[in-house]
Design a protein around this ligand. Structure first.
Ligand SMILES: Nc1ncnc2c1ncn2[C@@H]1O[C@H](COP(=O)(O)OP(=O)(O)OP(=O)(O)O)[C@@H](O)[C@H]1O
Length: 762
């Protein structure tokens, strides 16, 4: 018997699993139905048992609640009246005028009075416009109604066309509905007005009951002028206490209002009291307001007699800043800044880097290095930026950034200090060169702009140098003095040339950081510091006295939170910095650097090589690269081409799929080709496309996507050997560089004298 006859045949089947079987097993069981019913009843009873005490409690409290409702009604109506009066009498503007008179500011007073006049004019103009609109509408509607009535009387509905009869039906329906609504309207209007008045008059103080709730979701966060005045009255400042005792009322030039995650206000203090007297009693003020000292920020306003107060909502500052916005995607334009942290108001601060220099400091382990790393990471996502980093100690903190760093040295030995000084010297030379380049530009622009930075021929791209633990460099017995001088000159003059210095230190004393640096630095960042000397060393002199105090930050508890000046237009910011983890087993920095590398590979960019001429890297040329990897074979399978491209330039081609390849071929008019059922690319097609492209360039005079070399550039004898599309790494040979991991496979050196030397750029 043949085998096939022994095989069982299945004509119809169904895959059966537990779920399909279970419903068939569940038959109706009268007993279980009864049990379920009883359970439902008991569940209902549970519910009833829960609801009953609530209802009885409400019933007992009903008289009190009704009383409160009545009181709210009266108070709401009162509030409306007073608001109406304020509106009608321009009370706010009059108060401004009065405040200006008290402050002895005639200009402000005149402005307030002018505003009252112009407001009155605008208001009457508005009323006139509204009356005119109402009159016109009423006349049109009346004319229409009269016309319809006349027509109805003269012609009769029977003689009218269908659409006109429809119009009459509509009119009648609207009239009937209006008549019904009219009979209800007084009731509805009264009820609505009563409800609105109760709502308006509800208790707005914290802790109000079920009928009321404060404007904030968190009643703990409530801080108003009454509470602030009370807190100030109990600070133990004699003139302030006397002022309140005599029935004085403080003048709030900025009323207490929600500002991000807190409340902001400005108070004009009475005679004999300065803002500094209040900032000195910050802890008492915080306690009086029911806040931690860190959550209470009294500072001097525009004048010594004006107190600027910001009080954080309770507990909001203890939360971290969350993920760095660029952690998973996004690029940076350094001219717009780098997301750096959350301000006390809960908004993201875009830290400015262009035209600034930074000094970050604080006690050990509070987050300085992370700030430097975040700024460098952000800069790395601007493909035009060139980055250098010097770490004056043995630390792997910047290791994952290495592929994107053109210069990178780590260590405590003298060679690192020597290289850092050399780098500062190179930056000064570069500054001179940039000054000349700017001077040669049409219109002699005073500083580097995005447009100029984008032109790789000029070499005016942003150049960021970070020095971690910079006090080690500035205090170095041999190189310290020179480093100080160079850094000061750079900080003073380098900003407009797109040269940015980022410094971080544990020890911001006058011996470790030159005074000229702390004086001229534009962005100061202070994590928890020990005393007012360190505070003012980082943030600028007088900041401690003005109440801008990183001394309030607590070691460990406030790790990652810093006081920053110069990062926004505000006098200071309390910043919860973004943290990009680089810890044992959690490295979120490397993926960002991979993105940064891929981005940079797609842009022509310049490297600064000390006093030597600029080198310009060419962007990849996919057509030439395909030609290169075809290796003169007649045809090669598409998948093989993709693999070879990825090996040739992984940064650019590793993410490529057949679709990317197809797009390039389509762009050059190369049709899809098949051989033995496989998609292939033919060398002939690519050769033809390249020839066409060359002709097209000759015709238009266009030099193609590669930027022409710098006029100063020394031609490399073997430059033509460079694999097309790979990036040229021609940099000055200085001991400040170190070999890039994998540099030999990924970026073959095009110059024989580059072989074996330190790396400079990606
Ligand atoms: N913004 C932040 N959010 C949360 N944790 C942070 C933040 N910044 C730093 N940290 C934590 O603090 C630790 C120390 O950070 P970092 O190395 O930046 O401090 P540092 O001040 O540079 O220390 P050192 O002076 O020792 O170099 C980090 O490993 C991290 O756990």
């Amino acid at each position: 018997m043949p085998d096939s006859e022994l095989t069982r045949k299945v004509f119809d089947a169904e895959i059966v699993d537990d779920e399909t079987v279970t419903p068939q097993r569940k038959r109706w069981n009268p007993r279980s139905g009864v049990t379920a019913g009883i359970r439902a009843v008991f569940a209902g009873q549970d519910m009833f048992a829960r609801v009953r005490p609530v209802v009885s409690y409400r019933v007992r409290k009903a008289p009190r609640d009704l009383g409160r409702l009545a009181w709210f009604l009266v108070r709401g109506a009162g509030r409306w009246v007073s608001r109406g009066w304020r509106w009608a009498s321009y009370a706010d503007l009059r108060a401004d005028a009065r405040a200006a008179r008290v402050a002895g500011d005639p200009q402000a007073r005149r402005t307030a009075q002018d505003l009252i006049r112009s407001d009155a004019r605008a208001r009457w103009a508005k009323v006139g416009g509204a009356v005119r609109r109402v009159l016109v509408t009423a006349s049109v509607v009346t004319a229409l109604v009269v016309l319809l009535a006349l027509l109805d009387a003269l012609v009769g509905r029977e003689g009218m066309p269908g659409w006109l009869r429809g119009l009459y039906d509509l009119r009648d329906a609207v009239t009937d509905a209006a008549a019904v609504a009219w009979s209800w309207l007084p009731w509805l209007a009264t009820l609505g007005a009563l409800g609105a008045a109760v709502w308006e008059g509800r208790d707005r103080t914290p802790g109000a009951g079920w009928l009321t709730h404060p404007d904030r979701t968190d009643s703990d966060s409530w801080v108003d002028e009454r509470m602030i005045s009370k807190a100030l009255a109990h600070l133990g400042i004699a003139p302030l206490a006397a002022f309140f005792k005599n029935g004085g009322e403080l003048l709030y030039s900025v009323p207490a209002r929600k500002d991000g995650d807190g409340t902001h206000t400005q108070v004009r203090l009475p005679l004999g009291v300065t803002a500094e007297m209040v900032t000195d009693r910050r802890k008492v003020l915080a306690a009086n307001l029911g806040r931690a000292a860190l959550e209470t920020w009294p500072t001097t306003g525009e004048e010594d007699g004006v107190l600027d107060l910001w009080v954080a909502d309770k507990g909001t500052l203890s939360g971290g800043a969350g993920d760095w916005p660029l952690l998973h995607e996004g690029t940076v334009d350094l001219f717009d800044g780098v997301p750096f942290g959350l301000s006390q108001r809960g908004t993201v601060i875009n830290a400015p880097l262009i035209e600034t220099n930074w000094l970050a400091g604080g006690r050990p382990g509070q987050g300085k290095t992370n700030v430097l790393r975040v700024l460098l990471l952000g800069a790395a996502l601007d493909p035009t930026a060139e980055l250098w980093a010097y770490v004056m100690g043995e630390s792997p903190d910047f290791e994952p950034l290495a592929p994107r760093l053109s210069r990178y040295r780590v260590g405590m030995d003298d060679t690192v200090a020597a290289d850092a000084v050399q780098a500062l010297e190179d930056l000064l030379g570069e500054m001179e060169r940039r000054g000349k380049v700017l001077g040669e530009q049409p219109g002699r622009p005073p500083k580097v702009s995005r447009r100029l930075a984008d032109n790789p021929r000029l070499g005016l791209h942003p150049l960021v140098m970070a020095i971690d633990e910079c006090h080690e460099l500035f205090q170095h017995p041999r190189y310290g003095k020179q480093a100080q001088e160079l850094a000061v000159r750079l900080i003073k003059r380098g900003r407009k040339y797109g040269i940015i210095l980022l410094l971080a230190t544990q020890s911001p004393t006058k011996d470790s950081i030159p005074k000229e640096i702390t004086r001229n630095i534009s962005c100061g960042v202070a994590f928890a510091v020990a005393d007012h000397i360190a505070n003012d060393g980082l943030l600028g002199s007088g900041k401690y006295r003005a109440g801008i105090r990183a001394t309030e930050l607590r070691m460990k508890t406030d790790r990652g939170t810093c006081v920053a000046v110069g990062v926004t237009d505000n006098t200071f910011e309390l910043v919860r910095t973004f943290y990009v983890p680089f810890d044992d087993g959690n490295d979120m920095v490397t993926p960002v650097i991979h993105r940064a590398m891929a981005l940079r590979a797609q842009h022509p960019h310049t490297l600064t090589t000390g006093h030597t001429p600029l080198e310009i890297e060419a962007p990849p040329d996919p057509l030439a690269d395909i030609h290169h990897v075809l290796n003169q074979e007649t045809r090669v399978r598409t998948q093989t081409v993709l693999a070879r491209l990825a090996a040739l330039n992984p940064d650019v081609y590793e993410p490529w799929t057949a679709r990317h390849l197809r797009a390039v071929l389509d762009e050059h008019g190369i049709p899809p080709r098949k051989s033995d059922g496989h998609m292939v690319i033919r060398t002939d097609d690519i050769n033809t496309a390249i020839t066409h492209r060359e002709h097209a360039r000759d015709d238009t005079g266009n030099q193609g996507p590669f930027p022409a070399p710098s006029p100063h550039r020394t031609p490399c004898p073997d430059q033509h050997k460079q694999a097309p599309g790979t990036r040229h790494n021609h940099t000055r040979n200085t001991p400040t560089t170190r070999p890039e991991p994998g540099a030999t496979t990924r970026h073959p050196a095009s110059l024989p004298h580059d072989e074996g030397r330190g790396r400079h750029d990606d």
